[in-house]
Structure formats: structure tokens, C-alpha cells
Design a protein around this ligand. Structure first.
Ligand code: EPU
Length: 302
């Protein structure tokens, strides 16, 4: 989608927004799949409500893209523009056992920053790629740790009210890879409360998680992490593996040889290749196990 109206372009500039026309979202996602649209780089947090109101008034459909590590984006010309939070020098500070972090910060960077201040509890999240905002929205987790239990407050832009609001952690439902945030809530900042732990101990925990991850996941291939959520009491990866589907391909989209719940882009996979592979594997699992796998990856259709 193109923003051509010069009055809107001018107003965006006044609000500190950088407009980059016709950007390929391939370069913005870990799967390197995605079509083309205008990109808006928000350089200021304080003007976000005005920017959002402007886009709503001008009826410009939009989506926020965080780290792009858990999303499958349609190919071709996309019918919405993509927004990015201010990304330069995201704020991170620690006060006692509290950490205050901007949503655009890198999740792993936040874990390390807190560790250096002797705040632990998030060791399992170290290798989860993506932004803090994305991790909050999905309640990212690994190795027995999820971000949700550490959250005390989230500052967000609530499209429903048009205002920036602070929501208490107790008022947010953090489920397995799902939260009670509205789809159009925009995560801005988080306050976490973390247990004190010596840096060395946290580092040792981080090392263990890194080793486990390296041993089981295709870290050097283009993926969006796990494609399906695990069904209650089961393992999507184990079922797909048992069906001997490692290496199974549609075009350049393939089930990883290393971990069967990771689908990888071998070279130039299209969104359609990946979708057909996902649907095919889901169907085979349904036929063999009677289990309907739910996507973990978020699909942005055009
Ligand atoms: N397994 C196989 N074959 C495979 C993959 C796994 O037999 O190809 C078996 C393993 O041997 C193990 C079981 O399945 O017995 C579970 O596998 P694993 O420990 O790798 O964990 P997972 O359930 O597949 C989950 C998360 C990961 C997270 C890991 C580690 C989901 C959908 N996935 O994977 O998160 O890193 O645990 O805690 O919950 C993600 O969310 O994108 C993600 C990668």
C-alpha cells in the first residue's frame, strides 16, 4: 500500500515519522518471506497516539512489526502499511528488582542487561529471537520460562480508547503463547519484577539453555521458530517427526531436518509454499493422530 496524499505525508513528517516507500518485508522477517508496502518508522514515543489517530482518520490500514521472527507475511503488494516502534537505543533501566524496558528492545538483549544487574528468572528466554513487544504479546517462552509471570505493568497504546494506558500485570491473562491483549493494542514499555541472582549463576543457566537450543533447533536456517503450538499434553515436533516428515518440502519451504516443528526457507520460498506445507503437515497429523494443530506462527494475509 502506498501513502500518496501529500498532506498526510507532511503531517507524518511533523510527527517525527519517517516514511519509506515500497519496502520489501522479506528483509524484515526471519523467514525472509513477505511482500511490499510502505514502511513507517516512528522515531518518537510521545507522538504515537497522534500518528495512530491520523492513520485511523485517513483510513490507512496498518500493522506493527516487531522483530519479525514469528510471522508469515503474504507475498506481493500488501494492503496495509507497516509500522515500527522507535528502535534506536531502546530504553532499559533497573531499579531494585524492577526492570523498565521499551517494547522495541531485543528480548535477548533485555535478558542479558538484567543479568548484568544481578536480576535472573528469564534465563530460558535467552535464545528466543524477537522484540520485547512481540514476546509480551505472545507470552514468549522456552525451557520452563515464560515472560508473563515477571510482568508487573505494561504501557500500551489502546486503539479502542485512542490513549496510552498502563495495565497491571494482574489484569493481563498470560496463557500458553497467548495473551488477553487486544489485537490492536500496541505494546510500548514493560515493567518487570525479577528475582535477585548473582550474574555468574544466571550466566550458567543461560549457557545450559543455549546448549540445549543449539543441540535441537536449526539456528542457522531461516525459520519462524516453531510453526505449530504444542497440543495439550502432546508435542507437535514429535508427531511430525514420527510421520517421517523431516525434509518434506513444498517448493523451497521444508520441514527442518533438525527439529520437525521448525519449517525453514531453504532459499526462495514464497508465502504460498510455506502455507501449503503448513496445511499439508496439519492434514497429515490430523489423519494420523486425530489432532488439529494450531498455528503458532502468525499469518498476515493480504
Ligand atoms: N521431538 C522429536 N522430534 C523433533 C522435535 C522434537 O521427537 O523433530 C521430541 C523431543 O525429543 C522432545 C519433544 O519432542 O521429547 C519436545 O521437543 P523440544 O524439547 O524440542 O520442545 P518443543 O515442545 O518442540 C517447545 C517450544 C519451543 C521452545 C522449546 C524449549 C512450542 C511450540 N515450542 O518446543 O519454542 O524453544 O520447547 O523449551 O511450545 C517457539 O515457540 O517458536 C519455540 C521454538
Amino acid at each position: 500500500m502506498r501513502i500518496n496524499d501529500s498532506a498526510i505525508v507532511e503531517r507524518l513528517k511533523e510527527l517525527g515519522v519517517e516514511l519509506r516507500p515500497a519496502v520489501s518485508l522479506k528483509e524484515k522477517t526471519s523467514l525472509t518471506i513477505g511482500g511490499v508496502t510502505d514502511e513507517l518508522l516512528l522515531h518518537r514515543y510521545d507522538t504515537i497516539p497522534q500518528v495512530m489517530r491520523l492513520l485511523a482518520e485517513a483510513k490507512i490500514p496498518h500493522r506493527f512489526l516487531g522483530g519479525g521472527t514469528n510471522v508469515l507475511i503474504a507475498d506481493g503488494e500488501l494492503p496495509w502499511v507497516v509500522l515500527h516502534l522507535p528502535a534506536a537505543h531502546p530504553g532499559m533501566r533497573v531499579e531494585g528488582n524492577s526492570a523498565f524496558v521499551d517494547a522495541s528492545a531485543d528480548l535477548g538483549g533485555m535478558v542479558t542487561f538484567c543479568a548484568k544487574h544481578d536480576l535472573g528468572g528469564m534465563e530460558g528466554l535467552i535464545g528466543v529471537p524477537g522484540s520485547v513487544g512481540g514476546a509480551l504479546r505472545m507470552n514468549a517462552g522456552a525451557y520452563g520460562t515464560q515472560i508473563g509471570p515477571w510482568v508487573r505493568e505494561v504501557e500500551l497504546y489502546r486503539a479502542a480508547s485512542g490513549e496510552v494506558e498502563t495495565v497491571r500485570g494482574n489484569d493481563i491473562r498470560f496463557d500458553y503463547r497467548h495473551t488477553s491483549f487486544a489485537d490492536d493494542d500496541v505494546m510500548l514499555r514493560v515493567k518487570l519484577e525479577l528475582p535477585s541472582k548473582p550474574y555468574k549463576e544466571i550466566l550458567a543457566g543461560i549457557k545450559v539453555c543455549n546448549e540445549k537450543r543449539r543441540a535441537s533447533q536449526p539456528l542457522n536456517q531461516k525459520s519462524a521458530g516453531c510453526i505449530f503450538k504444542n497440543p495439550p499434553g502432546g508435542s507437535a515436533g514429535r508427531m511430525i517427526d514420527e510421520l517421517k516428515l523431516k525434509g518434506h518440502r513444498v517448493g523451497d519451504a521444508a520441514v527442518s531436518d533438525r527439529h520437525a516443528n521448525f519449517f525453514v526457507n531453504l532459499a526462495d520460498a514464497t508465502c504460498d509454499d510455506m502455507r501449503r506445507l503448513i496445511d499439508d503437515v496439519r492434514e497429515r497429523v490430523r489423519a494420523a493422530y486425530g489432532v488439529e494443530l494450531e498455528n503458532e506462527v502468525i499469518f498476515w494475509r493480504n
